[in-house]
Each structure stands twice: as structure tokens, then as C-alpha cells.
Design a protein around this ligand. Sequence first.
Ligand code: PRP
Length: 218
Amino acid sequence: MNSTANDVRYLTFALGKGRLANKTLELLEKIGITCEEMKDKESRKLIFVNEEQKLKFFLAKASDVPTYVEYGAADIGVVGSDTIMEENRKVYEVLDLGFGKCRMCVCGPASAKELLQHHEMIRVASKYPKIAKDYFYNQKHQTVDIIKLNGSVELGPIVDLSDVIVDIVETGSTLKENGLEVLEVICPLSARMIVNQVSLKMEADRIRNLLQALKEEL
Ligand code: PRP
């Protein structure tokens, strides 16, 4: 049976709010996927629809994007690889979008360098406790006290809450302006596309075509 436009289901995108979402929309526009409704900055709407292309888009807090995708509330998500690692959800990571490039690093004052050499018990502040724990326990075999913060993590060593931090470094200017530096690089990061495991099978053709078009554009 041929499917008509009416029985095509919506493909739903969850985008992490902020810079990554803007970059993602620019990229999608290049391959002919648009959502005019989303461009209205005054709008308080949370979900946007492109009726013609049977697509829906919503903006979510970045750390929630993998959750929406795992549960199938969104078929596709775009979020940083830092969030994917930290959230550790059951989703397929299908494409490195190449933007939003930065690094996950251990940072602190230069004087903290030595603390990383001798497997000493140190205090590590981070918005990414899972990544920090995995790095220190499984890669460095160093026992540490992980202190979860929700932002402005650079304050940790400045106010002596922690010895070092595990955080994202993009330009390095936040570190520099606060007398801190990169002590160790954990891994490079960038924006990734993730897909719900069932959607990848049920909507295989549409998702394959989307990925193909994106790859040609990148
Ligand atoms: C991120 C990160 C660093 C900063 C790095 O924070 O946690 O603080 O950006 O960027 P830079 O190397 O270009 O200076 P974000 O702006 O997301 O805010 P937050 O600290 O409140 O989480």
C-alpha cells in the first residue's frame, strides 16, 4: 500500500537550548529542513511544527535531550558529546556534526599539577560527576572526592571548595581570567546527533536520507 502524506508520522527533533540549537537549525536549513515558527524569538511556544515535512522540533535543557530520545518522546536529538557521556542513555549516536568543538579538561591553578601526579586523594568539583569519576577512577586510578556543582565551576579552586575542576574548555578565557589553567585533557567534544533505538528501525529510510544529506553538507 502506498502511504500518503496523511499517514506519515511526525519525526520529532529535540535540540539542546542555546548555541548548538541555532547551529543545528542553520545546518538543517541547508538541507532544506526549515521551521519558520521557530525563528520568532518572541514566541513562548515550546514545540514547533513543520506540517509540510511532517517534522516537529522542541528545545530542551541540554542534559534532558538524551532522556527525551531514549524514551522516544523525540526520535532525534542534537546535543554535545559531554552530555551524552554524562547522561549515559540508551540511544544511538549516529553523527558528529563537527561544530560546538571544545575539550573536557581537568583544570586548576598551576600549583595543583603536582596533586595529579601522586595518586593523592584530591577534591574535584564538576558539573560532570560521572565523567570526572570515570576519568579519575578508571583511567588514572586515583581516588578522589567528587563535588557536584551546577555552574560557574571555576569558583571551586578559587574559594577552596576543590583542588581542581573537570569542565569544558572552549576558548580558555574563563580559565585565564580566573588564574586557572588546563592541567590534563580528558577528551575532545563536539555536537552529536543521537537517535532513538526503535525510531532508527521504524523510520529507517527517513533517518538514513537525513543522515546522508547532512553528511554531504558537512
Ligand atoms: C562553560 C564551561 C566554562 C566555559 C568555558 O560554561 O563550564 O565555564 O563555558 O568556555 P571558555 O573556555 O570559552 O571560556 P557555561 O558558559 O556553559 O556556563 P556555566 O559555567 O554557568 O555552566
